[in-house]
Design a binder for this molecule. Structure first.
Ligand code: TYD
Length: 409
């Protein structure tokens, strides 16, 4: 039995994905002996509807000076955050001298757009190496973990915020009550807290279980976010489904009664009920789907390697750590993983130790098969890789189904 991080009720995890390393913990060979593993189990709480990791490594093990994730590695992401900043400006920054706080502001990918317009802002980013990149772009950033105390501190220094935003951040934080309590204090009476995160509905529909890794402690839905908001005298007033990260939901939260509730909230909640997201039995089916996906992927890779062809991974994503470790995929199946992020190159993937190499190696000596670990960027990658495909290269995918993109082995 595990205890729900949100409502403290007991629940039974519906799956264990086995021993997992830190998903973003790309490492050097000399560090193999010291690698940290934890048992990764996920459960559904049928009281507050929160799907969550039963155990999570300490935050210092995941977010630190050498954190390997830089938001600005994808042009589509850059465009997404420009749109996010425009949306904030149009909907929520209409008064005099508005103030925006971003939680997990990373390398300033969103706030740089507001900094350029001289909007008062503050980025809160615990990983100092990425925050330093933001500062170099003129984005005011502090390297701290956001919580109730920090919210009070920011309020005393800068006043309350018109908007508090967070993209792919809130789902990382186990002490969610402290975050919501801090937001409640820091937000102006008509302010909006907007957070977007991978959406439980997409994970269930697409069996995209690679969204489950150490950093993602919560898999939110309209039901669970509504519950959280209510606990803190706030309410969900709008939602927006987004294609990012393989399917995300943007949640708009305000002080209770401050704004009209959009129909999108009730409509999306109804879709969740139809999808079974408020029933424990659904998650037994999710476990079955995950196990089937693993078996099919392993047998496809094994068959290709038995035929003597090379397979290279494309994108050393955090998500790939779940796939490689849960399925048992090592260098005997995947020769190396190609990645454009310099800090990951020359290192090895967490747990199963597949080498990570610069993209040039893939471009100069393409394999027959590329395993698309960065499937959430498929559109951008396919547009860039027409030469690989034209020369007979094949893409192996596993979301929503295991197979080849053109389905011909
Ligand atoms: P990301 O989508 O952020 O996934 P996660 O949240 O699971 O880590 O990571 C994308 C990774 O893929 C990143 O390391 C950069 C790499 N990448 C490439 O190597 N080539 C590409 O064309 C793209 C789009 C990404």
């Amino acid at each position: 039995m595990s205890q729900c991080l949100i409502c403290q009720k007991d629940y039974e995890p519906f799956i264990s994905l086995g021993n997992m390393p830190i998903a973003n913990g790309f490492l050097a060979e000399e560090d193999f002996d010291r690698e940290y593993f934890f048992e990764m189990k996920v459960g559904y709480c049928d009281h507050c509807h929160m799907v969550q990791l039963a155990e999570q490594p300490s935050r210092e093990m995941m977010f630190h000076e050498n954190y390997a994730f830089f938001s600005s590695t994808s042009t589509l992401q850059t465009a997404h955050f420009k749109n996010f900043a425009d949306m904030l400006g149009e909907r929520f920054l209409l008064g005099d001298d508005p103030f925006v706080v971003e939680l997990g502001s990373n390398d300033g990918i969103m706030l740089q757009n507001l900094a350029a317009r001289n909007v008062r802002h503050l980025g809160v980013e615990p990983s100092n190496n990425v925050a330093e990149v933001a500062r170099s772009k003129g984005v005011r950033s502090i390297s701290e973990f956001f919580d109730e105390d920090l919210a009070e501190h920011i309020k005393a220094e800068d006043g309350q915020a018109d908007a508090i935003s967070a993209a792919n951040v809130i789902c990382h934080i186990p002490y969610l009550h402290s975050i919501y309590a801090g937001v409640q204090r820091l937000l102006k009476p008509t302010g909006a807290f907007i957070h977007e995160d991978p959406y439980l509905g997409d994970i269930v529909e697409k069996t995209s279980y690679d969204q489950i890794y150490d950093e993602h402690v919560f898999f939110f839905s309209v039901a669970s976010v509504s519950y959280m908001a209510e606990q803190h005298a706030m309410e969900l007033f709008d939602v927006e489904h987004l294609p990012n990260h393989g399917g995300s939901m943007r949640y708009y939260i305000g002080h209770r009664g401050a704004r009209p509730i959009s129909d999108t909230v009730t409509e999306q909640r109804q879709k969740e009920i139809e999808l079974g997201l408020e029933e424990a039995a659904t998650f037994d089916r999710v476990r079955q789907n995950i196990e089937n996906s693993r078996d099919e992927l392993l047998s496809l890779l094994t068959k290709i390697r038995a035929g003597g062809e090379r397979i290279v991974g494309y994108g050393a994503t955090s998500k790939s750590t779940t796939i490689t470790n849960y399925c048992g995929i090592g260098p005997e199946l995947v020769e190396y993983i190609s990645d454009t992020t310099p800090i990951k190159q020359g290192k090895f993937s967490p747990g199963t130790h597949i080498p990570v190499r610069p993209y040039e190696e893939f471009a100069n000596n393409p394999p027959k098969y590329a395993l698309l670990f960065a499937w959430n960027h498929a559109k951008e990658i396919m547009a860039n890789e027409t030469a690989f495909t034209a020369s007979g290269g094949k893409w192996i995918v596993y979301v929503p189904n295991v197979g080849l993109i053109d389905d011909s082995v």
